[in-house]
Design a protein around this ligand. Structure first.
Ligand SMILES: Cc1cc2nc3c(=O)[nH]c(=O)nc-3n(C[C@H](O)[C@H](O)[C@H](O)COP(=O)(O)OP(=O)(O)OC[C@H]3O[C@@H](n4cnc5c(N)ncnc54)[C@H](O)[C@@H]3O)c2cc1C
Ligand code: FES
Length: 254
């Protein structure tokens, strides 16, 4: 985890209210792992840093996907090329795959697809099948990114693009054919709950990255506490920032 100064190199709109930011760093960035995030100081009246998943990265750059939802992200949307921000990165555990995980199912909803795009950066030698869901055609993003490393099925709630229906319902129809070793997922809470039911019904292990609200980002304030089931069935509170943000889906009380 390191404090870095990032310069905005490129900004582009992916869908209404969703922007892609590519930042460069003059100094070499620390090693990053898929599913980790950074904590960015947006400036102005916003004292608390804002967390964003690492979407793409290399030694001297990091790219983020930002949905504009409030004051902090609005301020980011106003940034111009050449503007600088301070950030701490990388934070959190990220997704961990073992040798037993050969075929990986990536299940993303909306902006939650972003951290899944980085999984093949860390694990290039796996087989990937992706299912990504959006509300409607105008909101569809990332299709070409997922297509770079495997098959991708796009779903929309209203059927205006790809297959019609919630992405978890569409996946449920296909999962017996795909037979993945593990599911990695990120999206809103209703989608994660449906993914948890699918994982329980099919006995396919699943890991999720959630979007808990955060304060300090370093394990001190407990704003990000989430209830997690231990092996003995007891419930403990874990800090999503330093113990997560990735947890075994069946362990998290959503
Ligand atoms: C580990 C982690 C990774 C994240 N990665 C991304 C990412 O890659 N791209 C992205 O667009 N967003 C991501 N988020 C969410 C993002 O951090 C928030 O949307 C952002 O901090 C909101 O800041 P704001 O000042 O614009 O909004 P605020 O004024 O703080 O909040 C505006 C609205 O957004 C809601 N909100 C705020 N924080 C969150 C949150 N964490 N989850 C859900 N709703 C929230 C609030 O309830 C409120 O309704 C991530 C969050 C976490 C914890
Ligand atoms: S954000 Fe402060 S403990 Fe996690």
């Amino acid at each position: 985890m390191k404090d870095v100064r990032l310069k905005l190199k490129r900004k582009k709109t992916l869908a209404e209210g969703v922007l892609e930011f590519e930042f460069s760093s003059a100094e070499k960035l620390p090693q990053m792992h898929c599913g980790q995030f950074l904590h960015i100081k947006v400036g102005g009246e916003f004292l608390l840093r804002r967390p964003f998943c690492l979407y793409k990265y290399d030694d001297y750059s990091v790219t983020l996907i930002v949905a504009v939802v409030g004051g902090g992200t609005r301020r980011m949307a106003e940034m111009k090329e050449g503007d600088e921000v301070l950030a701490v990165l990388p934070i959190g555990n990220g997704f961990t795959l073992g040798a037993e995980h050969k075929k990986i199912l990536l299940l993303g909803g909306g902006v939650g697809c972003a951290p899944l795009v980085s999984v093949p950066l860390t694990y290039p030698d796996k087989e990937y099948v992706s299912y990504i869901g959006f509300s409607t055609e105008r909101a569809v993003m990332f299709k070409d990114e997922f297509a770079k490393f495997g098959s991708v099925t796009v779903c929309t709630d209203d059927g205006s693009a790809g297959r019609k229906g919630y992405v978890t319902d569409v996946l449920r129809q296909d999962i017996e054919k795909i037979k993945p070793d593990v599911i990695l997922t990120c999206g809103n809470t209703p989608m994660l709950k449906a993914a948890a039911r699918l994982s329980a019904d099919t006995k396919i292990p699943a890991y999720m990255s959630g979007e808990t609200r955060m304060g300090c980002g370093v394990g001190a304030c407990l704003v990000c506490a989430c209830a997690v089931k231990e092996k003995d069935g007891s419930i403990v509170h874990k800090r999503a920032c330093v113990d997560g943000p990735v947890f075994r889906l069946e362990d998290v009380l959503l």
